[in-house]
Design a protein around this ligand. Structure first.
Ligand code: AGP
Length: 611
């Protein structure tokens, strides 16, 4: 995922652009660049591989003065990280573009433009945009008109910004699948992928909507919607108390991070979905070629990330038929592993610095895996640097030791992986993929609905405050969700919690059940529901207190010793993501009632960088 910043002002903009890029580094980077229209009316650029600091140094050695500029931090999808592939891309000497996203039909466009005589200097999909725009400007000389015509020819996802030395009084922007926000200043205006990038210059923003094209001048703004109608978009004051590493209105980081999930899940999806399919290039430039060879998947991770891997196994085998093994890294790293041919080695980690997971990856390199893929929240981490392919979850900093938003965004990333593998391997029905893509688009709204149940969950939490033991039950892909629920409860409330597949209850743990042992169950409305109901009868018959998070259409109601929390209906394959939220809230409220240290529970560390 790349980051865009642009500015038009009456002062030099390079420092504003650099500061903005630094604030976007969380989006991952392998190179950065800036193009500025100088006082002499000429466009100049500077590009560097590596961190924004390298670009900053270059600009301090060789300043680029000017009052109009665009800048970019890149996370490679087409073409290796190199100066030539870094943005901004030029067509001729007077037109520059920065782009976030993936242009799926870039090969066809490239061939057409080469036929017209354009010479490409990079391997990127972005360069097709700037040449196509250059070509279109010959018949439509107004930048806005030309850009409107160009975007009609682009398939895929993009957020882009354009400047031209021929029209140096404006920045043009277009959004489809990758967010863009305009920052409003006094006699100066800005553009960025995320308002955080512009917080040093303004707190008033206009969010572009899907399909919007914007023309940003120093003292004027015009926006056209997807149908080409000129529209007014409301300016909003930035209220998010702040920077990601502050609690804001929340009492604890964990609560803040639980409530961020609709927003950050949206970010995980950003730029990775086409109209009805997942964009395979989101996993890196070689992903399509490598995925075509994958016949097995080995997932390795620790703790919460391991639970995400367990859910993915259900998805991968059900949707793609690709066999999948999942193992905790601390075991995998010391085992003599029998590697299946053509296996993709997948690590999952919030921090990307977990010692066991890193060691497992390093060992795996000697075992002959086809390739390694890291699903990770930290773009600068060792895990990301040492893996062949990466999918960043983009959850933003997670401060609470108990992982919450990292887990749900990992799940989203793993579902994207499932759909991408299934499509490339030809084992996933296109209709099923389209249905899931649609369901994923609606997921943030469903998560918001689940968070609205907070007060109900808080009341239920009172049942646990005096207890010492709890059982969590789930079936199918809800079993790992039960495991995650139990992990959350023990981590922050210090209540002993165990999770079982519900069908295992009668094979031993049922002996523990009595009125002092509450049993928590996740019960979406699927084909396992009736079996689950029988398991719950087994608990009730022994006097156990039941707390059931059940689909409101599952026909379950409160009764003697049974507390049902009604959940909104959801696509069955997305239920593990939704049902995780009330379990997080439950642990949180139990911990608050018990007065434990929610954000920094005893004996634990956020990132386990030692064995
Ligand atoms: C979860 O709440 C824990 N903090 C822990 O299990 C964590 O998920 C595990 O240590 C793995 O961390 P990682 O995702 O950063 O690799």
């Amino acid at each position: 995922m790349c980051g865009i910043v642009a500015a038009i002002a009456e002062r030099n903009v390079s420092a504003i652009l650099i500061e903005g890029l630094k604030r976007l580094e969380y989006r991952g980077y392998d190179s950065a660049g800036v193009a500025i229209c100088g006082p002499d009316g000429l466009l100049r650029r500077s590009r560097r591989i590596g961190k924004v600091a390298a670009l900053e140094q270059a600009l301090s050695d060789e300043p680029l003065p000017g009052r109009l500029g665009i800048a970019h931090t890149r996370w490679a999808t087409h073409g290796v990280p190199s100066e030539a592939n870094a943005h901004p891309h030029f067509s001729g000497e007077a037109l520059a573009v920065v782009h976030n996203g993936i242009i799926e039909n870039h090969e066809a466009l490239r061939a057409r433009l080469q036929g017209l005589g354009y010479v490409f200097s990079s391997q990127t999909d972005t360069e097709t945009i700037v040449h196509l725009l250059h070509h279109t400007l010959k018949r439509l000389p107004e930048l806005a008109d030309a850009l409107k015509a160009v975007v009609r020819e682009l398939h895929g996802a993009y957020g882009l910004a354009v400047i031209s030395a021929a029209q140096p009084d404006r920045i043009l922007a277009a959004r489809s699948g990758s967010p863009l926000v305009i920052g409003l200043g006094l006699g100066e205006n800005f553009l960025a992928s995320d308002p955080l990038a512009l917080r040093q210059v303004t707190d008033r923003f206009v969010y572009l909507e899907e399909g919007d094209i914007a023309e940003i001048r120093r003292d004027a703004l015009r926006i056209w919607d997807a149908e080409g109608r000129e529209v007014q978009r409301e300016a909003v004051q930035f209220h998010e108390g702040a920077e990601a590493a502050e609690k804001g209105e929340y009492r604890h980081f964990m609560l803040k991070e639980i409530h961020e999930q609709p927003k950050v899940v949206q970010r995980t999806l950003e730029g990775r979905l086409g109209s009805d399919h997942v964009l395979v290039q989101a996993f890196g430039p070689q992903a399509a070629e490598l995925f075509a060879k994958v016949r097995n998947v080995q997932i390795v991770a620790c703790g919460t990330s391991f639970h995400a891997g367990m859910v993915a196994r259900y998805w991968l085998e059900e949707l793609t038929g690709i066999p999948c093994q999942v193992e905790v890294a601390s075991e995998f790293r010391y085992r003599k592993v029998a590697v299946q041919p053509d296996s993709l080695f997948v690590t999952i980690s919030q921090s990307g610095e977990t010692a066991d997971t890193l060691a497992a990856l390093r060992n795996a390199k000697q075992f002959g895996y086809l390739a390694s893929l890291a699903i990770c929240n930290v773009g600068t981490s060792s895990l990301v640097r040492e893996s062949d392919l990466t999918l960043l979850t983009n959850a933003g900093p997670e401060i609470g030791v108990a992982s919450t938003k990292a887990f749900t965004t990992q799940l989203v990333g793993l579902l994207l992986l499932t759909l991408a593998l299934g499509r490339v391997r030809g084992t996933l029905d296109a209709g099923v993929e389209a249905g899931l893509v649609e369901a994923l688009r609606r997921l943030p709204g469903h998560l918001q609905d689940a968070l609205a149940m907070d007060k109900t969950v808080e009341q239920v939490a009172a049942l646990f405050a005096e207890k010492h033991h709890t059982l969590f039950l789930g079936r199918g892909a809800q079993y790992p969700v039960a495991l995650e629920g139990a992990l959350k409860l023990k981590e922050i409330s210090y209540i002993h919690a165990e999770a079982y597949p519900a069908g295992e209850l009668k094979h031993g743990p049922l002996a523990l059940v009595d009125s002092d042992m509450p049993v928590v169950t996740v019960a979406p409305n699927n084909e396992l529901l009736e079996k689950l109901k029988s398991n719950l009868q087994e608990v009730r018959a022994r006097g156990g207190q039941l707390v059931v998070f059940a689909d409101r259409e599952a026909g379950m109601g409160n009764g003697e010793g049974t507390h049902v929390v009604a959940m909104p209906p959801i696509h069955d394959l997305l239920a593990p993501i939704l049902y995780t939220l009330p379990l997080q809230l439950l642990s949180y409220h139990v911990a608050v009632l018990k007065g434990t240290d929610v954000d920094q529970p005893r004996n634990l560390a956020k990132s386990v960088t030692v064995e």
